[in-house]
Design a protein around this ligand. Structure first.
Ligand SMILES: *[C@@H]1O[C@H](CO)[C@@H](O)[C@H](O)[C@H]1NC(C)=O
Ligand SMILES: *[C@@H]1O[C@H](CO)[C@@H](O)[C@H](O)[C@H]1NC(C)=O
Ligand SMILES: *[C@@H]1O[C@H](CO)[C@@H](O)[C@H](O)[C@H]1NC(C)=O
Ligand SMILES: *[C@@H]1O[C@H](CO)[C@@H](O)[C@H](O)[C@H]1NC(C)=O
Ligand SMILES: CC(=O)N[C@H]1CO[C@H](CO)[C@@H](O)[C@@H]1O
Length: 391
């Protein structure tokens, strides 16, 4: 907890924004669903039959300029924080780091760079850096007929560049136009769908029809990503998976919920993380709390605290601990799930819970609704009207 508090204090001083220290409590949203069509996220195709260098070309031809805008902005912010020398050193490291990424990810990153006119180092940065401050809320819930629904909101603004006039995070604004749904296809058939950011090759939200759906929430930890990353760079310890590459492999390869669960629980990782997984059958839902080697698995039906037996809520804190008072999205999410009740479980209820402040906040980029059974993935861009908590 100490490290998290430190991070937040650091972040607050960087963003130079004074906020009241208690998040506002809002009544549960009832009427946010269905959201406006204009906020629906469009779908693009990533053809896995093409070479890794080519497969992102159509998407990047369209989204390249927006990726440029984001990268330039983050670069400026980063430069102003760390200074030119460290920045140059960092970009040099990222160039080298890129070449050690496993096939096909390095090749894909190079292709994305080529088609968006960006150096490989910045695309590598884009693919690993923003995970540093991604806050999220994921929910799995089962209706009385045993249909399992899965929903998630991804929050990230990197905590950089609070725009006091607009009351927005600059990075969040720049991520909105990069948000896409992707159909990954083989032989012309969609093998899975994800919600992603153009230029990002991993998977943070995805559905594999008739099999499972998956979301990734950031986990803070002392033995965090830094240790794994240093081992990767300094000791060439490549017998560990990057979180969002593992999830992509799982989406591409795993043929059912149990195989996915096993891979997500047992693969050695570069960084700690929460995987939220839902299947097609009653009872198939789990929150997998990972450190780099071990897993704690909380299943639908287990009725532990932080979740009722018919649903699971996961934010960015271990389910067996109390969330910090300055970032408690779990309590309102639980309250609104309980208020809705199991008989109301549907996309409607989940979207409303995820639209209740501060579960919805100024860092919220998108909300995705998923069902493995029907193969549905629907995503919408999120904006949090004032008054709204910055995270
Ligand atoms: C993406 O795949 C889904 C599921 O197969 C399909 O319904 C949808 O039409 C596809 N979208 C595009 C743009 O191909
Ligand atoms: C603030 O919002 C306005 C209107 O949405 C937009 O035109 C402007 O670019 C924003 N300012 C910044 C610094 O993002
Ligand atoms: C990689 O790690 C696994 C355990 O996580 C171990 O069984 C295997 O032997 C390791 N492989 C190498 C080449 O070190
Ligand atoms: C739940 O469903 C009942 C009807 O079955 C309805 O009266 C109630 O308003 C719903 N509650 C929520 C929070 O959606
Ligand atoms: C399901 C469950 O046991 N929920 C409890 C979690 O803890 C809070 C108080 O900390 C209780 O109010 C819940 O009933």
């Amino acid at each position: 907890m100490k490290i998290i508090s430190c991070l937040f204090v650091l972040v607050l001083s960087i963003s130079a924004y004074t906020v009241p220290l208690q998040q506002n409590v809002q009544t549960c949203e009832r009427s946010a669903y269905p959201p406006d069509d204009k906020d629906a996220v469009s779908t693009y195709i990533v053809n896995l039959d093409l070479s890794p260098l080519q497969r992102w070309a159509p998407l990047m031809k369209e989204k390249g300029p927006m990726l440029h805008a984001l990268v330039e902005d983050v670069k400026d912010l980063l430069l102003s924080v760390v200074g030119e020398k460290i920045f140059k050193f960092l970009m040099n490291c990222l160039d080298k780091l890129g070449t050690t990424l496993p096939y096909p990810y390095y090749e894909e990153v190079v292709g994305i760079g080529a088609y968006s006119n960006l150096p490989t180092s910045t695309v590598v940065l884009y693919n690993i850096f923003y995970e540093a401050f991604t806050l999220c809320t994921s929910i799995v819930a089962q209706d009385p007929n045993g249909h399992v629904y899965h929903a998630r909101t991804l929050d990230t603004g990197l905590f950089l560049g609070w725009d006091r006039k607009n009351k927005t995070w600059k990075v969040a604004e720049l991520l909105h136009p990069l948000t896409v749904q992707l159909n990954f296809t083989k032989n012309g058939v969609t093998i899975f769908q994800s919600t992603s950011f153009a230029g990002y090759v991993g998977v943070l939200t995805g559905v594999r029809k008739d099999k499972f759906s998956l979301s990734v929430d950031k986990r803070f930890s002392l033995n965090g990503g830094m240790v794994g990353l240093l081992e990767w760079i300094l000791f060439n310890d490549h017998n560990q998976s990057w979180v969002s590459f593992l999830t992509r492999e799982v989406m591409q390869e795993a043929n059912d919920y149990n195989v996915a669960k096993e891979l997500l629980s047992e693969t050695r990782l570069l960084a700690p993380v929460y995987f939220i997984l839902a299947g097609t059958k009653a009872g198939e839902g789990s929150v997998i709390t990972r450190d780099r080697s071990n897993a704690n698995v909380l299943e639908l039906g287990s009725n532990k605290n932080g979740s009722g037996s018919w649903y699971l809520v996961q934010t960015n804190y271990d389910h067996w601990k109390t969330p910090p008072f300055f970032d408690d999205r779990r309590t309102p999410a639980n309250r609104c799930m309980m208020e809705g009740g199991q008989k109301n479980v549907s996309f409607n209820l989940l979207y409303n819970v995820l639209s209740t402040k501060p579960v919805l906040n100024k860092e919220s980029i998108y909300t995705s609704l998923m069902s493995a059974k029907t193969g549905k993935l629907h995503s919408w861009l999120r904006y949090c009207p004032d008054p709204c908590w910055p995270w």
